[in-house]
Structures are given as C-alpha cells and as structure tokens.
Design a protein around this ligand. Sequence first.
Ligand code: NAP
Length: 312
Amino acid sequence: METYDFDVVILGGGPAGFSAALYAARGAASTAIIDVSMLGGQPSNYLELENYPGMMKIGGFDLMEKFEEHADLFGVQKFPMQEIESVDLVSTPKVITTKEGIFNAKSVIIATGAKPMKLGVKGELEYIGRGVSYCAVCDGSFYQDKVVAVVGGGNSAVEEAMYLTKFASKVYIIHRRNELRADKIVQDRAFKNNKIEFVWDSVVEEVCGADTVTHLVIKNVKSGEVSDLKTDGVFPYIGMLPNVENINGQIEQDPRGFIITDTTMKTSLDGVYAVGDVRNTPLRQVITAASDGAVGAVYATKYVQALQEVTV
Ligand code: NAP
C-alpha cells in the first residue's frame, strides 16, 4: 500500500473541498483531495444554478468541472473513489487510511458535505429505487406522465418539485406546515405552476405499494385526519445530515452531528478545519461552501507554516 505525505489533506471533493484545495495549493501547501465517490459533490446533481455570482445560469456539473480544472492548474492531487478505513485527526501527523493508501497530513480540512435526511417511516427504505428517490435530477425522467409527491417546504423541495413537473403530470408538495420555508422567488414560481398541488399541514406516515410505490398514507397534523394519497413516486427533501461517519467523536459537533467551527473554520482540534455543508452553518449554498473553503485553507496553510517554523 502506498504512503503519501501532504501538508493539507482535504476530505471531500465538492465546492468547499475544491475551493479549499485551490487556496491551499496557491498558498504553496502540498495538497490532496480525497473523496469516497466521484469528485464534484452535491452540485454535480443540480440541473441548474442561477445564484452563483457571475455565472447567471450554469449546470451544476459544469460548474464543478470548472472548480476541478481550477484546482488542477495549481497541482492539487486528487484521489476519488476511496474506501476510507480510518481517519485519525488526533495523531501527529493526522492519518487517513483508505483501501488504497495511507495519507499523512499536517492539516486536515473536512469538506465531506451532507446527505438527505430520511423520513423515517414504514416503507421508505423498502421502496428506495422503486418509487422512493432522493434525487429528482437522477430519477425524474422515470416519472413521465406519472404522479409524484415531494415532501418538504424548503428550497430543495420546491425547486425539485418544479423540476419534476417537466416529466410528471402532477406533483404534490406535502408540507408539515401551511407556509413554505423556501425563498420567496422560488415560492412564487411554484404557486404559478399549475402542475403543482400543495398538501398543507400534512406528514407522510407510510410509503405503500406492491412492486413499486402506489400511494402514501398521510396525516393532517391539524385535523388528525389520515388518508391515502395516490402517487407513483415520492421524493423526500426534508433537509440534510452531515457526512461525519469517520470522524464522529474526535471533534466538537452539534446535536445533529454538524461540526462546530470558529470563524477561521477551525474545529476543536488544532490543525483540523471544517468547511461547507458539514459544519454548523446557517446557509448551505455553493457560494457559502466555496467561501468556507477559502477561509479554512488560508488558516490551514498558516497552521502548516507555523509548524514548519517550529521545526526549523
Ligand atoms: P431546509 O431548508 O432545512 O428545509 C427542510 C424542509 O423540510 C423544511 O420545510 C422543513 O419543515 C421540512 N422538514 C424537516 N424535517 C421534516 C420531517 N421530519 N418531516 C417533514 N418535513 C420536514 O432543507 P433544504 O431544502 O434541503 O435546504 C438546505 C439548504 O440548502 C438551505 O439552506 C437551502 O436554502 C439551501 N438550498 C438552496 C438552494 C438555492 O438557493 N438554489 C437550493 C437548494 C437548497 P419546516 O419548514 O416546518 O421546518
């Protein structure tokens, strides 16, 4: 097994990770990105972004390709599709062990992002891939002229519901309140879309079907009334949970597991930084992830420099 030594190792190749990589490499730190899957992170699955400054409108995949090309220019080494065996943030140096190599790092930047929250109801896991999906862009085209339901009231739920109207004949948005959390502009577009029907004050109690999903059992939280909602598919978009499986317990985290940082993105451990969706941030956007990455990398490189000065 190969052993590598880097000044800065970044866990996660999404916008936060690539931005961190760019800033670290430009700061003359030897830099690597390690990812458990393909590089690009969550935005790779976004059809379009229209709120990344200067880009007006750009495909998520295309934007992430630009991030990657930019990091390449500064010699960042990339290790996608790594099966992580352990992450030791406490030792000196910090050590990330994957099935393919041992990565020693003076500083680690955690940019592992977040994953969709599950509804936690009967039938949900059973029907994943047979009517339950967490990615409208990946699976929307399977629902041509069919009925689908999206659960949630945030930007993701409403934007993905609108995307699904390109295929589906009808899209329900099931929301537990009677007011959306999504941005006003996003809400306005959804209210104007006549393929979307809102199911207010309601929660999903069960996902039901035969070979594939046929209906949901929903409950009106105000009246207590329980009813069946016929649908061919359901897309839960009820928020995110951090990808912290390999680092749990080593650094300070909030009750949901998001990593707590200071304004320099430093975690409770010296030399360990967290950036983007994995940290407890009030806004999870490509721009905020990229911004976090820049800040974290600048302070990680300062940390590495200080270590070198001590050892000279
Ligand atoms: P979010 O903003 O946290 O919204 C989650 C939604 O799901 C809320 O409406 C919440 O209801 C509902 N919910 C939470 N737990 C639930 C449960 N157990 N059962 C039923 N409903 C539940 O999450 P998000 O939409 O995934 O967005 C995450 C972040 O990414 C946000 O900062 C968002 O602005 C950002 N984002 C931005 C864009 C964009 O600007 N283009 C696109 C996508 C996402 P309540 O409202 O009642 O709490």
